[in-house]
Design a protein around this ligand. Structure first.
Ligand code: LFR
Length: 464
């Protein structure tokens, strides 16, 4: 039996259970289970099917045992900002409404009437996104105040999954920062902000730092799964885990997946007026670091087009098709609101091009080229903003995550920015999740050691 740790990483379109173990000074990964994830319509809202996610994780644990592994610890990370509420019996009271649901339309602006945008940023250092938890809670309070009256516990999605496995309630710190309800200085919930949206502070646990053991599997699950496991808190926000696995520190990174998260790691939050103007965020990281970054719309756009073209083309096909459209040029502002949750992505892109008097992409290749070129354009602009804000020049951009395999974009970005582009590892999020587990069990002692381990375990490609 090979001892291992299990990283569960769930993104907006798929999730996986990955076994990680040390072999000859290297970290070895083995994907034991992969499953689909998607939003479903429930009670008039777009929701995540958290019961199925729980089922799939259990399936992954069972498969790891069947494949000859002996898992000792497990940790779960997902996207950020979404949550559920539990009642006094610790039963789920709410659907897991997804952040792309329309319930938050216009809510951010309404909250600003009670507490100013400036004050929120000063208190939290977190970017303004209409879907932040603060605006979701505000929307829920308006729609169903009785639900908030009955609620006793607030759990974000990974907190809830961890609860199902252990019966323990926690609010993990890195994910909690994305609510835009945590005070940047105390790393605890902001009474002032909770009061502004009229939410009872009793719902929240004191945020717990990643890299700690949460608890054992419940007796019931030990029996069902026929194993004993410790649940360890990783950076439960996927981006926190991913950035932990960037092999170098003195670089701009892009965590490239459904979103492209582009920024640098800092020791202290930077909430200057310029950072506010550019809407940069200061998310809490693992080991006390701060992820100073900007959300860029990312591969969500090509995922939409892929779906609308009935999955006839794979991602690799879209990349190859983009190469063939050398003469086609159209650039959209990828962070335009219309692309966040459009009815149809293809149409949203075409309308943008029409309105801005550009060529309108109609073929799959033209659409792919338009999306990829527009993302590169946005990366370039954000790289300039990062250098302006930090007062530093960076000579490289390091791309991690599944999107780092897009050679077309990597080459264009190298040409556009004149910086070296390093890519990999693609499974950075699961890796970061595992690193926190190794550190909880005392097998890794420092950030330096973690980065070193990544460097010696995974190949890095270069584009210049
Ligand atoms: C990426 C991510 C981003 C967050 C967005 C919404 O998966 O976690 O960091 O801004 O999803 O939760």
């Amino acid at each position: 039996m090979q001892k291992c740790k299990l990283a569960v990483d769930i993104g907006a379109s798929s999730g996986c259970v990955i076994a990680g173990y040390m072999n000859d000074e290297r970290l070895q990964l083995d994907e034991v289970h992969r499953f689909h994830n998607r939003m479903i319509e429930q009670n008039g809202h777009l929701c995540w099917d958290v019961d199925t996610l729980f089922f799939e994780i259990k399936k992954g644990i069972k498969k790891s045992l069947q494949q000859g592994y002996q898992p000792t610890t497990i940790g779960i990370d997902t996207w950020a900002v979404d949550f559920v509420l539990l009642d006094q019996h610790k039963e789920r009271l709410t659907d897991a409404v997804a952040y792309r649901d329309h319930r938050t339309d216009g809510k951010m602006e309404e909250v600003f009437q009670t507490i100013s945008k400036h004050d929120i940023y000063k208190e939290t250092g977190i970017q303004f996104q209409p879907f932040n938890t603060i605006y979701q809670l505000y929307a829920l309070k308006q729609e169903s105040p009785e639900v908030l009256d009955a609620a006793q516990y607030f759990l974000m999605i990974p907190d809830y999954l961890h609860y199902l496995f252990t019966g323990r309630l926690s609010n993990e710190y890195t994910n909690a920062t994305t609510t835009q309800l945590l005070k940047a200085d105390t790393k605890n919930w902001s009474e002032e902000l909770l009061q502004a949206i009229d939410i009872d502070p009793k719902l929240f646990q004191k945020p717990m730092q990643p890299g700690q053991v949460l608890g054992e599997l419940t007796d019931e699950l030990q029996e069902e799964l026929d194993c004993q496991l410790q649940v360890v808190l990783p950076g439960t926000h996927d981006t926190a885990s991913a950035v932990m696995a960037v092999p170098r520190q003195d670089t701009i990174y892009i965590s490239s997946g459904t979103w492209s998260l582009m920024g640098v790691e800092l020791d202290q939050p930077m909430s200057t007026p310029k950072a506010y103007d550019y809407n940069f965020t200061n998310e809490g990281g693992v080991n006390g670091s701060i992820r100073f970054l900007k959300n860029i719309m990312g591969l969500w756009m090509i995922q939409g087009v892929k779906r609308e073209w009935n999955h006839v083309y794979s991602y690799t096909d879209f990349v190859n098709l983009a190469y063939q459209e050398e003469n086609f040029h159209a650039i959209v502002d990828v962070n335009d609101k219309r692309f966040l949750r459009p009815h149809r992505m293809t149409e949203a892109i075409q309308t943008y091009c029409q309105e801005t008097n550009q060529s309108v992409p109609t073929t799959a290749g033209e659409l792919a080229k338009c999306i990829f070129d527009s993302l590169v354009e946005s990366y370039h602009k954000v790289a300039e903003q990062i250098e302006e804000l930090t007062g530093k020049t960076y000579d490289s951009i390091h791309i991690i995550g599944g999107g780092s395999k897009n050679h077309y974009m990597n080459e264009k970005l190298a040409m556009k920015t004149n910086k070296s582009i390093f890519t990999g590892p693609t499974e950075a999020t699961a890796l970061g999740n595992l690193l926190a587990q190794f550190s909880a069990t005392g097998e890794l002692s420092s950030v330096q050691a973690s980065k070193q381990l990544i460097q010696q375990s995974f190949p890095i490609d270069t584009f210049s």
